[in-house]
Design a protein around this ligand. Structure first.
Ligand code: SF4
Length: 480
């Protein structure tokens, strides 16, 4: 059990990316308990969490919100009204980091006027040596920095800050462990995120995640199933299983074909919908395709990042597969599940990428005809192997390649979507669209974003929707 440690935390515990690369075999499990005297700490006070990045960060913010509410805090509707403001950050691209730093910079005046308010940074940026150094030097308004492995320490860090109002930096740079029994405040009523594992051992040369999230460590099957059953009981229709590389699930706990077995156990809970992110082509087991095929509640859509269509670039990214191996896996899935939809991730402008290699990426996109792709311009991440390669593609060339790629992706996505026109799709209604309150929005089984009109009260229901119009990345429709 992890109880909060009362020792004074005034000394900074800075991140160390080198230590974060250590990997051992055993996964350490523990459980969280909040000390009695922290329960009333937040009475009359409010918190505000701003979340950047992937679903893992969204799920972490849900845990932090759960911790705040366990301590008696309530959620503020605006940043200005909050007593504690946390930025839960993403480190995948420098542009995202600069955005966060810009926001924090703009709060300098606000913090000077409200010295009693706590301003903190957590998440992946907090795990980076260079970022923490930069924040300490240039952003004195930041009161607290803690990392992805320190989430459970949040109550103690807040107690410490309220005692003396001294800056706190506590970032564990370790492999990480699995901590159960942390509270959670869910942000969505229709579906819930369920972490099945944490960390990554792949060390793709461009990626910061193995340094910020630690080693691959799997939650126990029974804990995952218990969380899914809780979500089911609360009326949620969909679970999204999360991990940086879900296909590696179970390796650290000596489970043979772990992800396939886990997926089958999840399917057998009977929850209406199951999705999972993110898959790695190298670890993908053919038995997983069989489970996707066998259970109707495992959605027939797959996010399978490929990153590049050039074997040479894939080799230098250390992705561990060739273009032909990716295509073979893709073809096998299509052969078994013809209706399956695919999404992917693509990077353009990786160091040394020639025009010909970029064309090979376009060729692969034409071959796979992805329904959607998250496409990025390569940006070096400090401490990763690719950061020491010469970033020799001029920015304007990177931009041009991204533009060409995005045009092709949009054209193919639009062509793919034509087949849904006038068809009936089952859409899990997540509520009113953020852009237009007159329509609902939700995702179909095929993972298509559908905006549709319908009578009142369709939230959190699976609705039959007739598609009346199609776009590249969304469909319009009306509830039947
Ligand atoms: S598998 Fe994904 S998370 Fe892991 S290093 Fe590669 S890109 Fe990063």
């Amino acid at each position: 059990m992890i109880a909060m440690n009362k020792k004074n935390q005034n000394a900074f515990q800075l991140p160390n990316q080198k230590n974060a690369t250590k990997r051992t075999k055993e996964t350490v499990y523990s459980s969280f308990a909040l000390e009695e005297d922290a329960r009333l700490l937040g009475r009359g006070k409010q918190y505000y969490i701003k979340t950047y990045g992937c679903q893992a960060n969204v799920r972490d913010s849900e845990t932090m919100a759960g911790l705040f509410e366990m301590m008696g805090f309530s959620e503020a509707d605006t940043l200005e009204n909050a007593d504690i403001i946390l930025f839960n950050t993403c480190a995948v691209r420098r542009a995202a980091e600069l955005h966060v730093l810009g926001e924090i910079g703009s709060l300098k005046h606000f913090k000077n006027e409200h010295p009693d308010k706590l301003l903190g940074i957590c998440g992946c940026m907090a795990q980076e040596d260079a970022v923490v150094d930069e924040v300490l030097k240039k952003y004195p308004q930041v009161d607290m920095i803690f990392g992805t492995h320190n989430l459970h320490r949040l109550p103690q860090l807040i107690i410490d800050w309220y005692k003396e109002h001294k800056k706190i930096v506590e970032v564990f740079s370790e492999e990480g462990r699995v901590i159960e029994d942390l509270p959670v405040k869910r942000t969505m009523d229709a579906k819930g995120f369920v972490n099945i594992m944490y960390g990554c051992n792949k060390f793709c040369t461009y990626c910061i995640v193995p340094y910020t999230r630690g080693k691959e460590r799997s939650r126990k099957v029974e804990d995952i199933i218990a969380e899914i059953k809780e979500l089911q009981l609360s009326g949620r229709k969909e679970v999204v299983l999360l991990g940086q590389n879900v296909n590696a699930y179970g390796k650290d706990i000596h489970m043979e074909d772990g992800f396939t077995k886990l997926l089958e156990s999840c399917a057998e809970t009977g929850i209406e919908r199951i999705r999972f992110y993110t898959s790695h082509p190298r670890d993908y087991s053919p038995t997983t395709i069989d489970i996707m095929q066998k259970y109707p509640n495992v959605m027939k859509s797959l996010h399978l990042p490929v990153q590049s269509g050039s074997n040479e670039i894939l080799r230098r990214m250390a992705r561990g597969y060739t273009v032909d191996q990716y295509k073979k896996l893709f073809d096998e899935m299509k052969a078994k599940i013809p209706e399956i939809t695919f999404t992917t991730d693509l990077i353009v402008g990786f160091p040394g990428e020639t025009d010909e290699q970029f064309q090979q990426t376009l060729d692969l996109v034409r071959y796979c005809r992805f329904d959607l792709a998250y496409s990025f311009v390569y940006s070096p991440r400090s401490g990763t192997p690719a950061a020491s390669m010469k970033d020799d593609i001029p920015p304007e060339v990177k931009k041009e390649r991204l533009h060409i790629l995005n045009d092709l992706l949009a054209e193919i996505a639009n062509e793919n979507n034509q087949k849904y026109l006038h068809k009936h799709l089952k859409v899990l209604c997540e509520g009113r669209s953020k852009k237009n309150k007159d329509v609902y929005s939700g995702y179909s089984e095929e993972n298509k974003l559908v905006n549709f009109r319908g009578e009142e009260g369709l939230e959190n229901r699976i609705v039959d929707v007739e598609i009346t119009n199609v776009h590249s990345f969304s469909l319009d429709g009306k509830a039947l």
